[in-house]
Write a protein that binds this ligand. Structure first.
Ligand code: ATR
Length: 285
């Protein structure tokens, strides 16, 4: 594939974007499928988002990912918002359909795909979700209709209870949203099938942190940590040592990217290859 006049441009906009792994996985996928496309990153500051969107339209960028801090602000620039994004109130993937911008969110489906790939189907299961931020919202809206019971625990209790109420209203199903305490977590984990950490706790440089005491982890549960840097968080290491099934954040990163790729190209990307380069890159780091 040679870059030329017919090369289609895809991009990531955010602030910062320097450490993103998205160019790595998307360019690998474009090359593997011999698509004449390229994926670039654009550092866009908050006050320049409107100009960036005008530029994207004017230059005919075919599609783009959106990351911090634009995931919510980008909503107002869309011509159409798909339910995957509107229910969460955040967008991570945009298609530029001849100047008409269509917004999606692949975070929740990416998390679900990561669980399924590890043989941890959440259907009919009891799931504890730590966190109530953007990532947690995406995961909660995807999992609530599938699971038996979702329990959301967050440092700021009000955010957990507001999210639980929104989910109950939408899915007409009981969802618990409470403040996170060690006692509550320990009680809940007694009969939980899947524990998901969707907070930033344990992320580099705070690699010695975990919200979960090792003693709370049972060997017959699945522990999923959306943090991918480090590749193995303290939570994942301790879950492995306890004999639990584990799902690392790198998988979610690759699957949410793969879903964006499918939305843009209509083609399935080489997931295993993408995961391999992400793991290699994170090991280097
Ligand atoms: P993202 O979009 O990645 O989800 P976010 O919306 O900023 O990021 O959410 C971060 C989540 O991590 C929140 O649930 C946050 O808890 P609060 O709502 O109480 O802020 C959680 N979090 C961050 N640091 C934490 C810590 N030290 N202990 C517990 N929870 C933490």
């Amino acid at each position: 594939m040679k870059i030329g006049t017919s090369t289609q441009v895809y991009a990531l906009i955010g602030d910062p974007v320097e450490h993103s792994l998205s160019p790595l996985i998307h360019n690998l996928a474009f090359q593997s499928l011999k698509l004449n496309c390229v994926y670039l990153t654009f550092h866009v500051r908050i006050h320049e988002l409107d100009k960036a969107i005008k530029g994207i339209k004017a230059l005919g960028v075919s599609g783009f990912n959106v990351t911090v801090p634009h995931k919510v602000a980008i909503l107002s620039f869309m011509d159409e918002i798909r339910p995957s994004a509107s229910v969460i109130g955040a967008i991570n993937t945009v298609v530029n359909d001849d100047g008409k911008l269509v917004g999606y969110n692949t975070d929740g489906q990416g998390a679900l795909a990561a669980l399924l790939n590890e043989g941890a189907n959440p259907k009919g299961k009891r799931v504890v979700l730590l966190g109530a931020g953007g990532a947690a919202r995406a995961i909660a809206f995807t999992l609530t209709p599938i699971v038996d019971k979702l329990i959301i625990l967050n440092r700021t209790g009000s955010k957990a209870s507001i999210l639980a109420k929104q989910l109950e209203k939408r899915f007409r199903k009981e969802v618990e949203g409470k403040i996170l305490s060690s006692k509550k977590l320990s009680d809940e984990l007694d009969d939980t099938d899947i524990l998901i950490n969707s907070t930033s706790v344990g992320m580099y440089p705070n690699v010695d942190e975990s919200l979960v005491d090792r003693k709370m982890i049972r060997s017959d549960m699945t522990v999923f940590d959306i943090v991918y840097n480090p590749l193995e968080t303290k939570l994942i290491k301790e879950a492995k040592a306890s004999g639990a099934k584990t799902v690392g954040g790198a998988k979610m990163l690759v699957y949410q990217g793969a879903l964006s790729f499918e939305i843009w190209t209509g083609k399935k990307p080489p997931i295993e290859k993408m995961l391999k380069v992400v793991i290699e890159k994170l090991k280097e780091a």
